[in-house]
Write a protein that binds this ligand. Structure first.
Ligand SMILES: [Zn+2]
Length: 283
């Protein structure tokens, strides 16, 4: 699943084109991505036709397209969901599932999803914040993000720091890539118990996460997975700047020690064994 920087790249790409434009047509090419709309694909299309998009919004890894009437189209990107903006006369890329015609006729908004774990749903009254994602914590890019409160919540957890970073209710937007990069920057082992961290240590990890996600955003995101592309189908290039993620056996950019890969929550964690030593007593 794309993390905050990759979703923000998509949000900005959409915002530049769809904001303030009316939906002239909706074509659902496969019913599965609209399965959350229980009234069915025809009703999904009928409800959206004639509506006007407001500026797309994001919280953490979640993206929604508010409508000026106060409802919203909530995107579930899942493992492989993508938005594209293409000329109506350009051929559909494989796995295009939903097509929105836009006022002016020069651009179509297309939802592409190979594996179809994701999809789109209509969130009634969801323009400000869809109720489906109201439990998601604010992300560090949110103007109302409260660092002191996030540090307090983090230290109150009895868990390892990486699990806490991945908990989207605590702080949203951080996934496996940026958690590993943030922990490397803050010289912290992923299993460090949160309740043993001082306020400055916890704040330093959150600051490192914010810094690395800002840097990734400036590079158009990370295209470690070929599915992380912008609305024109192009990928970001932050992967070249990753210090540990995906770099098993390569030298730590800080000390030269070989990066380790270890199993973590059915995935992997990457760390420098010298800069990020295992805490005493941690499993
Ligand atoms: Zn190192």
């Amino acid at each position: 699943m794309p993390e905050l920087p990759e979703v923000e790249v998509v949000r900005r790409g959409l915002a530049a084109v769809v904001t303030g434009r009316a939906i002239t047509a909706v074509t659902v090419l496969h019913p599965r991505p609209v399965r959350r709309h229980l009234a069915g694909p025809d009703d999904f299309a009928a409800q959206l036709r004639g509506q006007t998009f407001a500026e797309p919004r994001r919280r953490g890894k979640y993206l929604w397209l508010p409508l000026v009437d106060g409802d919203a189209v909530l995107a579930h990107l899942g493992m492989s969901g993508q938005f594209r903006l293409d000329r109506p006369d350009s051929p559909l890329v494989p796995n295009t599932r939903i097509v929105f015609g836009l006022e002016g006729g020069d651009t179509e908004l297309r939802f592409v999803d190979q594996r179809m774990f994701g999809g789109l749903s209509i969130s009634p009254g969801g323009a400000e914040l869809p109720s489906e994602i109201a439990h998601i914590g604010r992300d560090p890019f949110d103007s109302a993000f409260d660092l002191a409160a996030a540090v307090r919540r983090l230290r109150a957890r009895r868990t390892g720091i990486k699990r806490a970073l991945l908990d989207q209710q605590l702080v949203s937007g951080i996934g496996n890539i940026y958690a590993d990069e943030a922990l490397w920057r803050a010289r912290t082992h992923y299993a460090r118990p949160t309740q043993t961290m001082s306020r400055p240590q916890a704040a330093a990890v959150l600051a490192a996460a914010t810094e690395v996600m800002s840097a990734a955003l400036a590079h158009g995101g990370t295209s470690f997975d070929a599915l992380y592309v912008n609305v024109n189908g192009a990928s970001g290039y932050f992967d070249r700047s990753l210090a540990v993620y995906g770099r098993v056996g390569q030298p730590c950019p800080r000390c030269g020690t070989s990066i380790l890969r270890e199993p973590f929550m059915n995935r992997s964690s990457f760390r420098c064994p010298r800069c990020q030593r295992r805490p005493q007593g941690a499993r």
